[in-house]
Design a protein around this ligand. Sequence first.
Ligand SMILES: *[C@@H]1O[C@H](CO)[C@@H](O)[C@H](O)[C@H]1NC(C)=O
Ligand SMILES: *[C@@H]1O[C@H](CO)[C@@H](O)[C@H](O)[C@H]1NC(C)=O
Ligand SMILES: *[C@@H]1O[C@H](CO)[C@@H](O)[C@H](O)[C@H]1NC(C)=O
Ligand SMILES: *[C@@H]1O[C@H](CO)[C@@H](O)[C@H](O)[C@H]1NC(C)=O
Ligand SMILES: *[C@@H]1O[C@H](CO)[C@@H](O)[C@H](O)[C@H]1NC(C)=O
Ligand SMILES: *[C@@H]1O[C@H](CO)[C@@H](O)[C@H](O)[C@H]1NC(C)=O
Ligand SMILES: *[C@@H]1O[C@H](CO)[C@@H](O)[C@H](O)[C@H]1NC(C)=O
Length: 541
Amino acid sequence: MSSLTRTSQHLAAVFACFYFLKGATGIVDSTPCDRLTKPTIPGATVISIQSQHLPNTSVLASPPLLNINVTGLDICNVDVVLSHQSSNDTVKVKVWLPSAGWNGRFLGTGGSGYAAGFFELSLAPVVALGYAAASTDAGLAGDPYSPAAWALDAQGNVNSDLLLNFASRSVHDMAVAGKAIATQYYGKKPHHSYWNGCSTGGRQGLMAAQTHPEDFDGIVAGAPAIDWARYVIAEQWPQVVMREEGFHSGRCLLQAFTNASISACDSLDGLTDGIISNPRSCKFDPYTMVGWDFQCEDGQKETVTPKIASMLAKIVAGPKGLAVTHKYALNAGAALDSLANTTTDSDGNTIGYPFFVNDAWIRYFVKKDPGFDTTTVGYASFAQLFNASQREYGALIGGYNPDLSRFRAAGGKAIVGHGEADQLIFPAGTVEYHRMVERVVGRGNASSVAGFYRTFLAPGVDHCGAGALTGASPGAVPVDPLAAVVAWVENGIAPDVLDARIQSVRDDGAVVTKTRNLCPFPLRSRYRGGDAVAEGSYVCA
Ligand SMILES: *[C@@H]1O[C@H](CO)[C@@H](O)[C@H](O)[C@H]1NC(C)=O
Ligand SMILES: *[C@@H]1O[C@H](CO)[C@@H](O)[C@H](O)[C@H]1NC(C)=O
Ligand SMILES: *[C@@H]1O[C@H](CO)[C@@H](O)[C@H](O)[C@H]1NC(C)=O
Ligand SMILES: *[C@@H]1O[C@H](CO)[C@@H](O)[C@H](O)[C@H]1NC(C)=O
Ligand SMILES: *[C@@H]1O[C@H](CO)[C@@H](O)[C@H](O)[C@H]1NC(C)=O
Ligand SMILES: *[C@@H]1O[C@H](CO)[C@@H](O)[C@H](O)[C@H]1NC(C)=O
Ligand SMILES: *[C@@H]1O[C@H](CO)[C@@H](O)[C@H](O)[C@H]1NC(C)=O
C-alpha cells in the first residue's frame, strides 16, 4: 500500500515537471489520470470527478451485452457525476481511456431497453480496440427491463427530467464530458467522434444526429428504437388480438406458423437456406394452415382451426385502423413468440404475457398507473393508447425527425442496420424513416442521401443479431460496421456493401462459416449461383 502511494507520488512529481516544461513551450498539456479535473457541461453542474489508473482490468463476458472476455486492459477510469440545474437528477458518466495505443478517437456507447448504457460491459470491447469511450446511466437506475425505479415521482407524475435524460439529453452530456476528459488526458482533442449502439442504443444514436448533429462524426445505429412513442404501443398489438379473438396461442403454434412462412417463401430468392431474403415479397396466408396437425415438444397435438388462422392473420397484418399500419407489422419469418408470448396461470389456462417494453411503457408513462393490467387492452382502448402516447411523448422521445440536414452539413455519416427477422422492433419503421430522410433531406434525390446515410437490412437476422450466437437466427450479421463508418468518415470510403458473417455447427460437428454482402437499401443482396456460403455468390441488385 505505502509503496503504491510512493510510486504514485513519484509519478505525480514527474508529470508535474513534464507539465511545467510543456507549459513553457506552449504545447497543450496532457494530464495524469489521477489529476483530471471536472469538465464543463452546459446546463449541468458537475458534482464530482474521480479518476484512477487501472493497469490490468478484465471484464467477463455477459451475453448478450458482452459476448467475449476482455482481459488485461490498461486504462484510466474516470467517473463523473453531474446534475442538471433545476432537475433533481444524479447522472453517472464513465469514461475509459486507454493508457497506451489510443487511436485518437472518442466513442459513445448506447443502452438497451430502459437502460441508457452498461458502463464496463459496453466500454471494454471498444477500449480494447484503442477508442477512448464513454457510457452513461442517464440518472436512471440502470435496469434495462423496467423503468419502475425512475418513471414516476412521489406524486405519481411522470419524471419528465429523467425521461428527457433517457430520450436524448444524457447522450449529449456524455459526448461533451467524454471529449473534454479525453482532451485533458491526452493533451489533444479526439480527431473524430463516433457512436455505436443497437435498439435503444440505435435510437440514441439517431436522436443525437437529429438533436446534436455535431456530437458525432460517424454513427452506427442498429435496430433503432425510433418512433418510440408509437412503435412501442404497436408491440402490444398481438396481445390485443389474442384477447379480442378469445384465443391465446402457445409458443409451439407460433413457431409452427413462423416455420411455415419460412418454408413457403424461402426459395423465392433462389436458395433454400431457411432465410427469406425479401420478406416484403412473401405473402404467406395463414388460412392455408387450416386443418394442419402438429406435434409440440411437450407431446401435445394441436390442430389449426379457421379461428386460429384468423387470429394469426390479424397479428401479422399489424394494428388495424391506423393510417400507417404497415410500419408496425413484423416481417414474414420473424418469430412471433416474443410479442405474442403467453404463460400458464395457476388454473392451467393459457393467458397473455405482454413484452416488458410495451407493458411498462403503457403502465408507467401512458396510464401513469403501475398497477394497470395491459392484458385488458382491447381494440378500442388500443387506438386511444396509440394516440395518447404519441401526443404526450412523440416529440420528446420519438426520434423520428427526418431532418438530418444539419448532421449532413456537419460532415456526419450514418450506417443504420436492421435484421429482417427482428421479432421486437419493426424493420418497416427503419425503412420508412430512410424514405422520409430521402424526401426531406434529399428532396427526393436518393443518391444525395446515400452520400451520408445508408441503411442495411440483414436477411434472417433477429433483434440486434443476438440469435446468431445462440443458433436462434440463421442470417449473417455485420462483421464490423464501426470500422466501416470510420473508413467512410476519415477516408471517404462509402460502404457499398457491409460484410456479414455467421458461423453454425453442422450435424457432423463441422463449423461452417457463411459470409454474405449486405447491400444499402433499396438494393438487396441477390443470389447469383455458386457456393451459398460465400459472399461472392451474391450481388447487390
Ligand atoms: C492481470 O490480471 C490477471 C488476472 O485477472 C493475472 O492473471 C495477470 O497475471 C495480471 N497481469 C499482470 C501483468 O499483472
Ligand atoms: C470467460 O472467463 C470465464 C472465467 O475465467 C470462463 O469461465 C468463461 O468460459 C470465459 N468466457 C468466454 C466467452 O470466453
Ligand atoms: C430528489 O431525489 C431524491 C432521490 O432520488 C429524493 O429522495 C428527494 O426527495 C428528491 N427531492 C425533490 C425535491 O424532489
Ligand atoms: C420450427 O423450426 C425450428 C428450427 O428449424 C425447430 O427447432 C422447431 O422445432 C420448429 N417448431 C415447430 C413447432 O415446428
Ligand atoms: C415469455 O413468457 C415467459 C413466461 O411464460 C417468460 O418467462 C419469458 O421471459 C417471456 N419471453 C419474452 C420474450 O417476453
Ligand atoms: C387517433 O388519431 C387519429 C389521427 O389523428 C384519428 O383519426 C383517430 O380517430 C384517433 N383515434 C382515437 C381512438 O382517438
Ligand atoms: C442527386 O444527388 C447527387 C449526389 O449529391 C448529384 O450528383 C445529382 O446531380 C443529384 N441529382 C439531381 C437530379 O439533382
